[in-house]
Design a protein around this ligand. Structure first.
Ligand SMILES: *Cc1c(COP(=O)(O)O)cnc(C)c1O
Length: 385
């Protein structure tokens, strides 16, 4: 089976992890700070806070921005569950903003409309979490204008988008947001096995997230309620978690980061090659925003069902039967049974639902061969005729 995504691990990656394994620190050693500094430097952000995974990073990002009971968080329905669950972990409520049918990111028209209505009802969100779907940035300039006008915080879920840029700046620079979160799960652009990171330009948010990552504990006397009893002394000043990344993971991340630009460049070449191979078929290739350079985490096609005799499931299953590990990103979050129990209705976000009925993620990863890509295109052509 040709997988839909796959990591690339070099000998240098293996050596970096082995060196960390043989060092004095398996966790909370020098590698995590090295990795954080390298990512902050790459993205042009002031601070970076490594975490066990992106879900944990989203959770502490929401908490650092004050999410809690009575607070509203808005995100896209076309995302992985974690973008919405992170708000529920804090006791906040979640709502969704439908997607742009051309780019599959949160629709700016829908966001503005919903904000205007919410303002009238005095129900504006505390935090908006745009998701850079497939690695292509959302319209962050527009989001920043709306942030200014309606007074909400912004967390970019950039789990797909490390190595991407928008308006000439790297995603992660937080030029238009409070916090940006990356994932280093093996299917993402670079990996640490499990891992995530939150970037910000605000020292107070970075501090708060570091504290929440480690049990809500501080060792800084300036933050304590009383004079330290001695050098061993620490204080827990709020309820935090153990959301740390290990030094083994961080060592892998530092090594992977040196190849990030090469990974993205190859993904872009393969995406452009797909565009050419599939141009004549009854399907839509991914829409592009000219201001955004995608990291190409995913290559998603949408079937033009009106022009073919097969169903979406028949084409999907046909590709799987041909040994092609296609996938579907995403089942709209509000259709999940857990969210249905919270009261979300089918039909509430029609663009995301319509997209879900047509979308297929084709294999895309650094080591995908052109031969395999040709085979995938030929299999699609056969199925769609
Ligand atoms: C992968 C992913 C996450 C969660 O990442 P983990 O590191 O696995 O916790 C969150 N949001 C999106 C959009 C993702 O794709």
């Amino acid at each position: 089976m040709i997988p839909y995504g796959k990591q690339n691990i070099s000998d240098a990656d293996v050596e970096a992890v082995v060196a960390a394994l043989r060092s004095d620190f398996l966790t909370q050693g020098p590698q995590i700070e090295r990795f954080e500094a390298a990512i902050a430097d790459y993205c042009g952000a002031g601070h970076a806070v490594g975490a066990a995974n992106a879900t944990a990073a989203l959770h502490i990002a929401c908490l650092a921005l004050g999410a809690g009971p009575g607070k509203r968080v808005w995100t896209s329905p076309n995302t992985f569950l974690a973008s919405a669950n992170c708000a529920l972990y804090c006791g906040a409520s979640v709502e969704f903003v439908d997607i742009d049918p051309a780019l599959y990111n949160m629709s700016m028209v829908a966001l503005e409309q919903k904000l205007i209505e919410a303002e009238r009802k005095k129900e504006t969100p505390h935090i908006v979490i745009p998701v850079h779907f497939s690695g292509q940035s959302c319209d962050m300039r527009r989001i920043a204008e709306l942030k200014q006008r309606f007074g909400f915080h912004v967390i970019e879920d950039a789990s797909h988008a490390i190595g991407a840029s928008y308006d000439g700046q790297r995603v992660g620079a937080c030029a238009y947001s409070d916090i940006t979160v990356f994932s280093f799960h093996p299917v993402k652009i670079i990996t640490t096995g499990e891992g995530g990171m939150a970037l910000t330009n605000r020292a107070d948010l970075a501090n708060r997230m570091k504290m929440l990552r480690t049990h809500g504990v501080t060792r800084n006397p300036a933050e304590m309620t009383r004079t330290p009893d001695g050098p061993w002394y620490y204080e827990q000043i709020e309820l935090g978690f153990n959301y740390r990344m290990t030094d083994l993971q961080a060592a892998l991340g530092v090594s992977q980061l040196t190849r990030l630009d090469a990974f993205v460049a190859r993904r872009r070449e393969l995406a452009e090659r797909y565009d050419r191979l599939l141009a004549e078929l009854p399907l839509k290739t991914p829409g592009r925003d000219p201001r955004a350079e995608s990291a190409w985490h995913l290559y998603v096609i949408q079937l033009e069902l009106e022009r073919i005799s097969k169903t979406h499931a028949e084409v999907f299953n046909g590709l799987r039967a041909a040994g092609i590990g296609v996938n579907l990103h995403y089942i709209p979050v509000h259709l999940q049974p857990y969210y249905q129990k919270l009261g979300f209705q089918r039909g509430a976000y029609p663009a995301a639902e319509r997209y879900y009925e047509r979308a297929i993620s084709l294999p895309l990863y650094f080591d995908l061969s052109e031969r395999d890509q040709d085979f995938i295109a030929a299999a699609l052509k056969d199925l769609l005729q």
